[in-house]
Ligand binder design. Sequence first.
Ligand SMILES: Nc1ncnc2c1ncn2[C@@H]1O[C@H](COP(=O)(O)OP(=O)(O)OP(=O)(O)O)[C@@H](O)[C@H]1O
Ligand SMILES: [Mg+2]
Length: 320
Amino acid sequence: MENILKIKNLKTQFTIGDKKGLAVDSFDIYLKKGTIHGIVGESGSGKTVTALSILRLLPENGEIISGEIEFKGKDILSILEEDMRKIRGNEIAMIFQEPMTSLNPVLSIGEQIIEAIVLHQKISKKQARIKACDILKKVGITEAEGRLNDYPHNFSGGMRQRVMTAMALSCNPDLLIADEPTTALDVTIQLQILELLVELSKKEGRTLLFITHDLGVVAEICDRVTVMYCGKVMEECSVEELFENPLHPYTIGLLKSVPRIDMDKNEKLYNISGNIDNIFTKHSGCPFASRCEIADEKCKEIVPQLKEIKKGHYARCFKV
Ligand SMILES: Nc1ncnc2c1ncn2[C@@H]1O[C@H](COP(=O)(O)OP(=O)(O)OP(=O)(O)O)[C@@H](O)[C@H]1O
Ligand SMILES: [Mg+2]
C-alpha cells in the first residue's frame, strides 16, 4: 500500500520572549492510504501541534524549523501558501478539538457547508445545497433540509461535532485529521461519531489520522498507533502489538493507567508518577527518564534513537 503522508524528522518550535522550545521534536510518521492511524500521548505531548504543522496552521509564535512533510508526493513545506490553501479542506481536512471555535457563530450551518462545497468543488449553489443535505444525513443529522438554516448554537455538543465532521467531509478529503473529536461528548454519542468515522474511512478509502488520549478508542478503531511524548515518537506499531506486546516503559505506563472491567473494587488505578515537562525544559537524555521506573544514568544522559525492534514495531528506549 502506498504512503499518503510521510513526515520525517519534523521539528516545530515555539518562541516566548527569549525562550525557545520544541513542541514537536524529530517526529516521524508514515500513513498508508486507507488506514486509521492513532496518535496517543498525555496532554502537552505535541499531538495538536503535529496536526497544525501538517496543515501549516501554526500560531504566530510557532515555526517548523526542520524536517520534511510529504503529502501525495508533494513537499508540503515548500509549496506556496496559495496552493496550501487548496490542499486544506480539499485534500486534507481537520476536525478540531473545539468544535465551537471552528464554526462561525453568525452563519447558519447551511451557509457554512454550502460555502465550503462551492469554494472547493466549483459547483452551483443549488447543487451544493443538495450535497450538503446528503452529507448531513450521512453524519446522522435527521431532517437535514430544515437544519441547514440553524445556527451553531442551535445544536447540542454532539450535533455540532457531527456538523464539523460533515464540514470536514464535504470536500472529499483524502486525509482526515480528527483531533480528539469526541472527548467533550457523552459516551453513546462518542461511539456514534467514531463508528461514522470508521465507516467512512473503510468504505470510501479515506485515510484517518486520529488524535486521542483514550487508549480504549485506539483499540476500537485504529490500525496503527504512534505513542508520543515531549514531541517525540516513543513507540510505533500495529494496534495488536501495542496491546499484546508493548515495549516502551511509557506505553506500558499508559496501558496500566486504563481502568479495566476485571479490576478489583479496591485495586487502585496506576498512575505514571510526575508530570510531563513543558517544552522549555531542556533534556540531555530521554525526556521520559525522570518519570521512568527503569531509567539509569545512560538514559538521563543520551537520547535513545527510535529503533525497529521487530518487524514494523519501533521503540525509542535503551532498555528494550
Ligand atoms: N502557541 C504556543 N506557544 C507556546 N507553547 C505552545 C503553544 N501552543 C502549544 N504549546 C505547547 O506545545 C506543547 C504541545 O502542545 P499540544 O497542544 O500539541 O499538546 P497535545 O498533545 O495536543 O495536548 P492535549 O492532549 O491537551 O490536547 C505543550 O507543552 C504546549 O504548552
Ligand atoms: Mg491537543
